[in-house]
Design a binder for this molecule. Structure first.
Ligand code: M6R
Length: 640
């Protein structure tokens, strides 16, 4: 969470505007407030504001000329959304400016340390409620009271920090920036007599494609012409390779779409195509490492946790291999079962999710092997893993995971086939699935789903509330398909006001059970409508009590072994007045709305989730929400 940016060059440039543009590219990481600092003619220029940086006017930033600047786009953790809490944070004389992504877990102890050294009046120096503000005061303390150089004070302070962080610091009069990271992302870009520091590459891809990923507990001294990397604890020099980024700027821009989310949904034929272009040798090696182990686990969070569950199902179904999928934040409890013969496969778009990293640390401690399925090369999880496979989906900017999720499904299918030594079959299946998706995922599909979203929101009694019905859905149904065996209530028309759209439920079975849960995440996070997904079979164990006349329920009914049971679950719902949206290759009398999807066999979860991504998107936009930056969320969740 939070986007950070730093720049240093040998010529005067409009450094505040540059920081602004960079932060707009990082806004997906946090967008409740922002701030920029720059050295301008030996003085500290600083600006902070609440709200999205992309909405800031250039007026106050234009003409701010300098050779270095730092900037921050915030996702609040410690302290509310206020100007005072926005970064950068300063020492009292405002000569040192600090931006930070992550959490300083021991900030209270550092405050006590400063109190012990400087007296209780120290508390008055703090102007914000943030954990970050201890950093400039601590550096200042080491310079002013212990006579250390800026670099030595920075290192001393860095060694005291506990938690996860990426920090960039500038000091008036010093011709270099200092930065360090432990657990939170930070990437360096190298230009001609200039360097960039940022949470993610899109911040500077307009300037350079040469990037370097510093490791955990490494710090950097960066001037216009040189960069020095050292280990924070030992002070030893570290050599790291420069990598050339190959993806286009185009993949990090909206390309004419109103939102990244829609763009990323619509480009799935392409991202899936890229995802399945995996080298056979790499897939086979990955599968070999998995097979070698006695205990196999998948872990992930949010959408990636649902995909991890699919990984478990595919491994079972295709390769007859027992694995267990867990949510990253709950994985520590299983540490007791891990040893050298265990393998953990981390599933993550960003490769930076704190809860997954936490689970992996537990695994690492027990000597387990770590493998990863990621979208971001060089990310923290990538660096922890013995072998990573990449989704090749290009940068995913919208907070809601769409193209990365389907790419995860595609690669998990290939991995399962590699595990079963049936890779050619898996590749054939996926190539044909991608072809079908290309023909189906066209603007017309989005338009049709928008109409359904409008209907749900307008909640016309004609659509959502069935009038008195003469034909019972039980009439032509064998009793065994019906639960419970009694005739449905006949409903009378109910007024709109009685049933505003409150909830949406999604059901699926087998491979589509985790998809139903993923569908709920999509709807919740961007439309802010309460949604829940569960296995169809679970309905009668509780959730069916929630169904009223007009309650929208989405039924995922692929042409597989779950079809018959899903139809009977749908019947159960319909007979209680649910408004059924069927996502299926074939139409059915059970559906009030039918979204036709291609018949993709094992890849049916991809066909099931895409219409719901579109439905969530349209519900969000129709309700006036920003689907790219939903409230309270951030793209990379780098805090526990
Ligand atoms: O980067 P990751 O895949 O590790 O992120 C995990 C979750 O935070 C993420 O999938 C989140 O649930 C999405 N916003 C859902 O769309």
């Amino acid at each position: 969470m939070c986007g950070i940016f730093g720049y240093i060059g040998d010529k005067e440039k409009e450094v505040a505007l540059m920081a602004n543009r960079a932060l707009c590219e990082l806004e997906y990481r946090g967008y409740d407030s922002w701030g920029i600092a720059a050295e301008v003619s030996g003085k500290m220029f600083a600006i902070k504001a609440i709200g999205k940086i992309s909405l800031a006017s250039d007026k106050e930033l234009k003409g701010v000329m300098g050779k270095m600047s730092i900037g921050h786009s915030r996702w609040a953790t410690h302290g509310g959304v206020t100007e005072a809490n926005a970064h950068p944070h300063f020492n009292t004389s405002r000569t040192i400016a600090v931006i930070h992504n992550g959490i300083v877990e021991n900030h209270e102890e550092i405050r006590s340390f400063l109190r012990g050294k400087l007296g209780n009046s120290v508390d008055k120096l703090f102007l914000s409620e943030t954990d970050t503000e201890v950093i400039p005061h601590l550096i200042d303390y080491y310079i002013t009271h212990e006579g250390k150089t800026f670099e030595a004070a920075f290192v001393e302070a860095g060694r005291m920090l506990e938690g996860r962080y990426a920090v960039v610091v500038m000091k008036l009069g010093e011709p270099y920036l200092l930065a360090m990271r432990d657990g939170s992302p930070l990437v360096v870009g190298k230009g001609e007599h200039e360097y960039f520091l940022a949470s993610d590459v899109p911040a500077f891809i307009d300037h350079t494609r040469q990037v370097l990923y510093p490791g955990d507990r490494e710090y950097m001294k960066v001037s216009a012409d040189a960069i020095m990397l050292r280990n924070l604890d030992t002070g030893k020099k570290v050599d790291r390779e420069w990598i050339t980024v190959t993806w286009d700027k185009g993949s990090a821009t909206k390309e004419g779409y109103p939102h990244f989310m829609l763009k990323e949904i619509m480009e799935q034929p392409l991202s899936l195509d890229k995802a399945i272009h995996q080298e056979d040798a790499k897939l086979e090696e990955f599968a070999r490492l998995m097979k070698e182990s006695e205990h196999l686990f998948f872990i992930g969070c949010g959408t990636a946790a649902k995909m991890a569950k699919l990984g478990e199902l595919y491994a079972a179904r295709v390769a007859g291999k027992l694995t267990n999928a867990y949510v990253g934040s709950e994985f520590a409890a299983y540490g007791q079962f891990l040893n050298k013969r265990s393998t953990i496969v981390a599933v993550s778009q960003s490769g930076e999710t704190a809860d997954v990293l936490e689970g992996l640390r537990v695994a690492e401690k027990e000597g387990a092997r770590i493998l990863a399925l990621l979208n971001v090369v060089g990310s923290s999880i990538d660096r922890m893993s013995k072998k990573s496979l990449f989704l090749n989906a290009g940068p995913e900017i919208a907070v809601a995971s769409t193209k990365a999720a389907t790419a995860q499904i595609a690669v998990l299918i290939l991995i399962a086939h590699a595990l079963a030594k049936k890779l050619p079959e898996g590749k054939h299946l996926m190539r044909s699935a991608v072809k079908d998706i290309k023909a189906w995922l066209i603007p017309d599909l989005s338009r049709d789903i928008k109409k359904i979203a409008e209907k749900l929101l307008n909640n016309p009694s004609s659509a959502l509330l069935r009038g008195p019905t003469n034909s019972s859905p039980y009439q032509n149904t064998p009793p065994s398909l019906v639960f419970p065996r009694r005739a449905p209530e006949t409903s009378s028309a109910i007024s709109l006001q009685q049933y505003p759209l409150r909830d949406i439920y999604i059901i699926g079975r087998g491979l589509n059970a985790p998809v139903a849960q993923e569908a709920a995440i999509k709807i919740q996070e961007v439309s802010y409508i309460h949604a829940e997904g569960f296995p169809g079979g679970e309905l009668k164990h509780g959730p069916i009590a929630l169904i009223e006349k007009g309650t929208p329920v989405i039924a995922l009914i692929p042409n597989d072994e779950t079809k018959r049971d899903m139809e009977s679950n749908t019947m159960e719902l319909r007979s209680r007045g649910a408004y059924v949206i069927g996502i299926a290759p074939d139409n059915s009398k059970l559906f009030d709305e039918w979204i036709q999807v291609p018949n993709l066999g094992l890849a049916s979860p991809i066909a099931s989730i895409i219409p719901i991504q579109l439905l969530a998107y349209h519900l969000a936009v129709l309700r006036g929400n920003d689907p790219d930056k939903p409230r309270n969320l951030a793209k990379s969740v780098t805090v526990k």
